[in-house]
Write a protein that binds this ligand. Structure first.
Ligand code: 5GP
Ligand code: MN
Length: 346
């Protein structure tokens, strides 16, 4: 069993490094800090490396202990959290590759299984939710500080308990933590509501550029390097969600220029398009309704055309299936499912 192996490896290791994905979100930072505190509780010599993170997370316990670089070249054990692909380890994959043993704990649907032990549960709404079980099985006490970090991961990756990935256990755990005095509304406000003035400006720029394409089913916007420099913010988290919230939109596309002729893609969907499939075409991945990738070596207009064309293809293909599914479900309720509909449904 992977969990047994993971427990054994952690308990046997002395020096441990914790790593997470680039442009870390609340789940990445929250699960890394929770694991850090848990391993400290077990008396381990542990480092957590996150070279750059949003100041939104500055309120998290032990955030000041995060390092930009490791103290060792060769750790006994490396643990990658909330990361589906070794390429996303922040350019710090060397600490992972040089470690004697490598563990990955993750919840991305697209995961390249890059570690020695891969504990991946794509049905979990957040990596932090998987960690509750891992930490408890290691005998770690879930303190208020650990709980604050785990709940930050859960709240940010579920958009405040609003996405379909939320499970009964998600609320059970939130209830357990609430009874320990963790301030859920404070976490919610800090991570999902309050934005810095710079971030607000960046959002405004992106919002003004939103175009609705393909019968208003695709929302498209972008941010250039020039915008980031002018506004002095690189905090683009949440921009892609603006387009998704427009009535009738199925896919929201956000392109961010990261270098000349190089664009980071963020995609979100609402009901029926699997955006992680689209991102597989762009060296990326993620979840069914939230995914990312990259477009290189093309100017902006070409990059836009490439991603929009791919979205259109998936939109039409999934749209047909969706309509048939809805028809099938309605007929099934009426008690008359047909075989061709059933085959399409599965
Ligand atoms: P975001 O749009 O918020 O950057 O990312 C949405 C989801 O897709 C996150 O779970 C993120 O980890 C994943 N993701 C974003 N970019 C990439 C990528 O380049 N490769 C892979 N494998 N996953 C990505
Ligand atoms: Mn996550």
């Amino acid at each position: 069993m992977t969990l047994d192996n993971i427990k054994e490896e952690i308990l046997e290791s002395k020096s441990i490094v914790i790593l997470t994905h680039e442009a870390p979100d609340g789940d990445a930072v929250g699960s890394s800090l929770a694991m850090y505190m848990g391993l400290k509780q077990l008396g381990k010599d542990v480092d957590v490396i996150i070279p750059k993170y949003s100041k939104t997370f500055a309120f998290l316990p032990y955030i000041n202990e995060v390092k930009e670089e490791g103290r060792n070249e060769n750790y006994d054990l490396a643990i990658a959290l909330d990361c589906g692909d070794i390429k996303r380890l922040n350019g710090f994959a060397n600490y992972f590759e040089n470690a004697n043993t490598k563990i990955s704990i993750d919840h991305h649907k697209v995961n390249t299984m890059f570690a020695d032990y891969n504990f991946v549960n794509p049905t979990s709404p957040a990596c932090s939710q998987i960690l509750i079980m891992v930490l408890k099985s290691l005998g770690v006490e879930i303190t208020k500080d650990i709980g604050t970090c785990l709940l930050t991961g859960i709240i940010t990756d579920t958009g405040g308990f609003q996405y379909q990935n939320v499970k009964p256990e998600t609320f059970e755990f939130a209830a357990e933590l609430l009874s320990k005095g963790i301030n859920i509304s404070d976490i919610y406000k800090r991570t999902l509501k309050t934005v810095s003035k710079e971030k607000f400006e960046l959002r405004k720029t992106a919002m003004n550029r939103i175009e609705l394409l393909e019968n208003d089913k695709i929302a498209f916007t972008y941010i250039t390097k020039q915008d980031e420099e002018k506004i002095c913010s690189e905090d683009y988290d949440g921009i892609v969600d603006i387009g998704r919230d427009i009535e009738g939109v199925e896919i929201s596309v956000f392109l961010r220029e990261i270098d000349e002729n190089t664009y980071k893609i963020s995609l979100r969907s609402n009901d029926y398009v699997n955006v992680s499939d689209i991102c597989l075409m762009f060296s990326g991945g993620g979840h069914i309704k939230a995914a990312g990738g990259i477009i290189t070596d093309v100017p902006f207009e070409k990059a836009k055309e490439k991603i929009v064309t791919e979205c259109k293809k998936h939109l039409h293909c999934s749209d047909e299936k969706w309509k048939v599914n809805k028809g099938f479900l309605r007929k099934a309720k009426e008690g008359v499912p047909s075989l061709p509909m059933y085959l399409l449904f599965i």
